[in-house]
Every structure is written in C-alpha cells, then in structure tokens.
Design a protein around this ligand. Sequence first.
Ligand SMILES: *Cc1c(COP(=O)(O)O)cnc(C)c1O
Length: 365
Amino acid sequence: MNIHAPDYVRRIAPYQAGKPISELAREYGLDEAQIVKLASNENPLGMPDSARAAMMREVAELGRYPDSNGFELKAAIGRRYSVPPEWITLGNGSNDILELAAHALVQPGQSIVYAQHSFAVYALATQEVGARAIVVPARDLGHDLDAMADAIAPDTRLVFIANPNNPTGTFVPAPMIERFLARVPADVVVVLDEAYNEYLPAELRFDSSEWLRRHPNLLISRTFSKAYGLAGLRVGFGLAQAELTDLLNRVRQPFNVNSMAQAAAVAALQDQEFLDRSYEVNMQGLQRLQSAFEQMGLQYVPSYGNFVLVRVGDAPGVYERLLRAGVIVRPVGNYGLPEWLRVSVGLPQENETFLAALQKALTPA
Ligand SMILES: *Cc1c(COP(=O)(O)O)cnc(C)c1O
C-alpha cells in the first residue's frame, strides 16, 4: 500500500447493506417483480403520496442549491416537537446526525460508549474519528443502561443508545432512560437514536424532546427513513439545545440535505394518515410474524420496531436458501449474532411469501 491512511481507517470493515433487489435478480436470474425484500427495515407501503406530490413541485427548482438552513423543514419539525429552529440539525439521513456528533465532539484516542448488538453505524462513527470503542455487554440482547453508565471513562465524549434498538428490536422504557440521563456526567453527550419511535404502541410512547430542556448534553436523533417511508431520499434530524446544535452545524456539509428530500419531509411530517397506516400495517405484520415463529418453534426477540430477530441456527444456509426463493432478509453475523436473521415486516402477502419460504429453507432437501 503506497497511500498513507490512518490505521484506524484501514481497520474499518465497511457497512454491509441489505442486498438490493436488482442485485439478487442479476445474480440468480430472478424476475425483480417476484422478489420480496425484507432486509433494510424500509416501509412496505413505499413513500407517501403527499411526499411524492411535494417532490414533483420541487423538480422545477433543482437547478438551484437547496436551502442550506432548511427553513421550511425546521419550521415543521419545530411545530411538531415544540423546539426552536436553533435546536434542530438536519441530516442526510439520521446516519449523518450520528456521524456529525462523532466528528464535532470526539478526538482520536478518546472513547465512545455503546452497547453490544447495537446499530452498526455506532462502531463506524467511532472508528472513522479514531476513537476508542467501549462496547458494553448486552443484557437479554438489549441495552444494560446501568452497565453503560458505569462504563463511562474520563475520556468518554459520547454515548450512543438506540431505542428501540436495531437489529434486536429491544426497547428501554422512559423511566430507565431518565435515570440514565441523571447519572451521565454533564460533559458527556448522549445520542438517543429513536429511528423506530413512530412504531411504538401508544402506551409506551414518551416525549423525549421534553428531556432536552433539562439536559444540554442530550441529542435526539430521528429519521424519515422508516415510518415516514423516505429511505431513498436520505433525510433525518437531530434535536438538542442550541450550544450542541451549533457544534454539529460547524462540521455539517453546507448542503447535506437535498431540496427534494426537504420538500418530501415537510409533506410527510404533516401526513398523519400515512403515519397511522404505517403503524397499523406494521403492528399486524409483526404479530403475524411473531406468532408464526412461535408455531414453528423458533426463538425470536419480541420487537418494538418494524423488524424481528429470529433464531434459525444455520443462518448463512437459511439466508442463502431464502435468496434462491427470491426472499431477501438480513444476516446479522456481523452483529455477533451468527445464528439469527433479521426480517423486516412487509405487506401481508410479502410476510406470507417469506414464511412459506422460511418453512422450506429450514428443512433443506
Ligand atoms: C435505520 C436506522 C437509522 C436511520 O438511518 P437513516 O440514515 O436515517 O436512514 C438510525 N438508527 C437506527 C438504529 C436505524 O436502525
């Protein structure tokens, strides 16, 4: 190797995305229309019509740069969460928010705390700034917040918490998060990644934006990729007090969220009907998948997201046989879960296609 690069960059294992439909069709000679993709926790309803219409209106303006400050979208988010625009950071997906936090706050050699089996991007964000990962063992595949608070070191600058977590689907109730926030030193930033918040049943939902007022070190991360159905556009946002938001803004690309994405997100945020339908389709699909796993005698982790982690034993083999049947799910060996597969909730027919294929894939000829 002649090109100089930091060792911490050379050590990064690139993110493994869900296999695209077009790639499976190419590799296995399958018809794209017959393929069911339940691999990336996308919204099976697709994008909302309201967002599509907003984007079509925006097309005429694509010769210009997007609004670098995202005025309209921040106004819509501000109304929704009762926060001023100075508390909002827009991101190219919420992935961007997670990385902005690492870039703005952490120097090489300092540490970042996150849980075993939590979202892969936390490890990537840690490695790309040359930070040291403190990975806290999971308890029952979920976050052990007491252990995470204990693990915070003098050089810790950031803690990542996914709630609900991906890929396990586990959830930590509000009182436990509040207790955790009370324990964390004021100069350590806590990123509360709530990518799946909209899928929580009403009785478990809580308004984490309330906590922002008490905790200047709290950064809440949200996305339009899941329940809002806009994964392909790449748009998410962070909520935090002005001082922290200002720091994130300093390392943000000036035009990190494109104009189509901004327009679509404004529309989607106001489309309560679509959000309600997304919730319903997910809840029914989740129940169907989980009860089928029970009938099949498969261990699974009760999920609070739009996906389920299920234990199939020979996961690489089952994954491969599902691919041949035109069903894409997600192997999670890279998360330290070599016997499990993660399956996203699909439309009713997609769930049935998956379950039938799984039944066959579990008993190879
Ligand atoms: C999907 C997901 C995200 C969001 O990704 P985007 O970059 O917003 O598409 C963030 N956190 C977790 C835990 C996720 O599963």
